[in-house]
Design a protein around this ligand. Structure first.
Ligand SMILES: *[C@@H]1O[C@H](CO)[C@@H](O)[C@H](O)[C@H]1NC(C)=O
Ligand SMILES: *[C@@H]1O[C@H](CO)[C@@H](O)[C@H](O)[C@H]1NC(C)=O
Length: 386
């Protein structure tokens, strides 16, 4: 899908990671070996140690996560609130978007730990269980988001192609699909809880979370990364490639259905809305899901052979970009849901309009002191509707 557009992105990040790891031609992609003298410590090569101390992992990546947290938490929190309490007529699309927002929120609430970890010089001080939780929710969120976006895309097509289908029946289908997706995601993230993600390094004196893969036997690296290797290949095929194909087909059919009904004026508006949604989803995939899923497969394929791999900085950058989906999904809600759009506009404008109102009230109560009662009460009703 649009590999010609992906290429410049890849090149930019290649150069970023190349600059960051200057002068380190030899290095094995973040493999750590058990220290033969102190069995609980892991030894890493010079390149790995350099990347762990570099600005990329201790400054750039945590800043990205701060952005994810600062935008993702309020935007998705508001989305859930709007879809649960402020959407009078529940459509399947608002059910999918509420679930998408919930998936994002479940990931975003753990990002402060990740921010602290990177700012701390990639030193994980919260223990193995919390590291597992963080990783589980990170990948759970990524695959969950892909699936819910797929459902939403198919639903958008369905609404256009079958405008008279029954609302209640569709809602039942949507709820069942969401339950099935959550069950599937909880089930498929369990492999991530089955192996240790933290590694206590000898130099630098840090404990990494998910960054260094410990290889038990340097001559035979495959058994040590077998589980994540099969896991990410499977998820890449089933939860990335298949949804990609479904989304592309859904959008082609959607555009074709809209093209056929060009004769009335509403169709033009529908078409414009559909195109905006498609562009948003396309950007989300190009930035978040395509680079990370390709690099996950590439990374673990190289790891399993113990191949020399200088793309580590690039690989973790793509994973960091994947977390941006929590900030991009609110744009999808914005373009699809009128209720969410109204609430965003109100929230962004509320303070200023309330301030204007308060100023107007105080000004008029000074001017018309005898009529102040009626003015204050009218001012109150207006600001409380905000
Ligand atoms: C590394 O950390 C250990 C505690 O985990 C501490 O005892 C040791 O002094 C540290 N070494 C350096 C060089 O900072
Ligand atoms: C990482 O954290 C451990 C445990 O809190 C500490 O002993 C170690 O010195 C820290 N390393 C660095 C480089 O700060």
């Amino acid at each position: 899908m649009a590999f010609t557009r992906l290429l410049p992105l890849l090149l930019i990040f290649c150069s970023v990671s190349a600059v960051d790891k200057r002068g380190s031609a030899q290095g094995r992609g973040f493999i750590g070996y058990k220290d033969p003298f102190e069995a609980d410590l892991v030894v890493v090569d010079k390149t790995t140690a350099e990347v762990l101390k570099s600005n990329l992992t201790t400054v750039f990546i945590p800043i990205m996560y701060i952005i994810v947290f600062a935008i993702g938490l309020p935007a998705n929190g508001m989305a859930i609130w709007v879809f649960l309490f402020r959407t009078k007529k529940k459509h399947p699309s608002s059910i999918y978007m509420a679930n998408l927002a919930l998936a994002d929120l479940l990931f975003v609430i753990w990002t402060p730990l990740k921010i602290a970890y990177h700012f701390n010089g990639n030193n994980w001080t919260y223990g193995e269980p919390l590291c597992k939780v963080l990783i589980g929710f990170f990948y759970g969120n990524m695959y969950c988001s892909i699936l819910f976006i797929t459902c939403l895309s198919v639903q958008r097509y369905w609404v256009i192609a079958h405008p008279l289908s029954q609302q209640r029946k569709n809602n039942k289908v949507a709820i069942s699909v969401c339950v099935a997706i959550w069950a599937f995601i909880w089930l498929t993230t369990t492999p991530l809880y089955l192996y240790d993600h933290t590694a206590k390094l000898k130099d630098p004196n840090v404990t990494t979370c998910h960054d260094v893969n410990v290889i038990e036997d340097p001559l035979n690296p495959f058994p040590s990364v077998q589980l994540p290797f099969y896991y990410f290949i499977f998820m890449g095929m089933v939860v990335f490639l298949v949804p990609c194909v479904v989304i592309i087909v859904a959008y082609i059919l959607l555009l074709r259905a809209l093209g056929n009904s060009m004769d009335d004026s509403a169709a033009g508006k529908n078409r414009q809305k559909a195109v905006v949604l498609i562009v948003t989803v396309l950007v989300t995939f190009l930035v978040c899901f395509i680079p990370s899923n390709i690099m996950l497969v590439v990374h673990y394929s190289l790891l399993k052979d113990g191949v020399i791999n200088n793309g580590y900085g690039f690989y973790i950058s793509t994973l960091c970009l994947a977390s941006l989906n929590s900030c991009l999904d609110p744009f999808i809600y914005y373009f699809v849901s009128e209720d969410f759009r109204d609430h965003v506009k109100n929230t962004l404008l509320c303070r200023s309009s309330r301030t204007v109102e308060r100023m107007r009230v105080s000004f008029s109560s000074m001017k018309y002191s005898r009529k102040s009662n009626s003015y204050v009460s009218s001012g109150n009703t207006q600001s409380s509707s905000c």
